[in-house]
Design a protein around this ligand. Sequence first.
Ligand SMILES: NC(=O)c1ccc[n+]([C@@H]2O[C@H](COP(=O)([O-])OP(=O)(O)OC[C@H]3O[C@@H](n4cnc5c(N)ncnc54)[C@H](O)[C@@H]3O)[C@@H](O)[C@H]2O)c1
Length: 368
Amino acid sequence: MSGRLAPLRVAIVGYGVVGPLHALAYEMLARTLPGASRTPEVVLVIDPEPASRARASREWTVPAHPPGKVRWDQFAIDIVDCCAPTEKHAAVCGEALTAGRSVLCEKPLTGSGDESSALVALSESGRGVLGMNFNFRHVPALQQARRLVRSGTLGEVRSLRVEYHRSSNLARHQAGEPPNGVTRGALLDLGPHAVDLVHFLFGPITAVSARSHHHGPATSSDDVSKFECSLDGGALGSVEVSKMTSGAANDLRVFAYGTEGAIRFTATEPDALDVFHGTAYRTAHQRLLFGVGDLSEETAVVPAETGSSVLAWHAASLAAFARRTAGEDVLVASAQDGLHVDRVLDAARESAARSAVWTPVVGSVTSP
Ligand SMILES: NC(=O)c1ccc[n+]([C@@H]2O[C@H](COP(=O)([O-])OP(=O)(O)OC[C@H]3O[C@@H](n4cnc5c(N)ncnc54)[C@H](O)[C@@H]3O)[C@@H](O)[C@H]2O)c1
């Protein structure tokens, strides 16, 4: 198209489950971001597994290399999209930032406050932007929930709850193959989305009192974790993450109770937000409905009133980061936001190891 600037060249690092989803979202965006100054385009995939590289090359006709063979200064890459396993995030992001690349990191940033703090410092001293893919921030109903909270429509939010339920560890236990490894645990896998939503919707968490549950033989993988939390501003919250919920696929729920109203969201009906107004019994109830058109004009590749989906939420998140990398003034989930999540996870682990003693969250962060 005449007058368009060159695309942003993206390298996907890690082509397992979420890497291919990102590749599909970028393909969609390359054709559907008319308002953006530069559109993203995948030009390289990095993965140590020959089968993953073969799949990437087959699906997108892009070169695919193993990690050790790549030096970033050999490639003209604008965005390194880190979809590698969580335990590799610190190394992958660190190398790319050192080479001056912008990095979009899948959640969690590293899962450790100390490691994430080092990455934040590296990003602040370098040329590249470091951002997070917290895709639930791009669910239209949750964006409306944030507007209702910030505008004061709910009054003062005193109490809130975020839950995230899946069934994958239950299936592993029942198959006689108990989940192992901390990255399979509920806190590190599901916790980042739940904690980030508390932060995105209601503000930073300042202290937690946590417990974790291991089903069957003790492994390093927690199956259920729960914590009470206090927020900057005084609200009391609770977070529950479980990979032992029978029948749950991707069941994230948000409840908030304010002095003037309340909201209720469940990802099983992702385009609905229940809003309650007033203080009296039989409070007025309103169900707000959304569609893919509420994400942004650019990502509406299907009729606007059609339901949104996981792919559309990821695409909106990747689009926001691409626009930010191109210099546009767009709100993205920042490295500081990723660091805050990891510090909350640190505090939750410490609290759970000490019989749920209230544990402060290190550092301070402003609301996103
Ligand atoms: N935002 C979301 O909703 C969401 C969903 C799924 C996964 N994730 C996150 O994405 C990350 C990847 O998860 P996944 O489920 O795709 O994992 P996965 O294990 O299915 O895939 C990871 C891929 O990375 C490759 N890999 C390993 N070491 C690497 C390295 N050093 N460099 C490049 N590639 C490497 C592996 O061979 C594999 O192909 C995790 O951090 C996870 O928390 C986020």
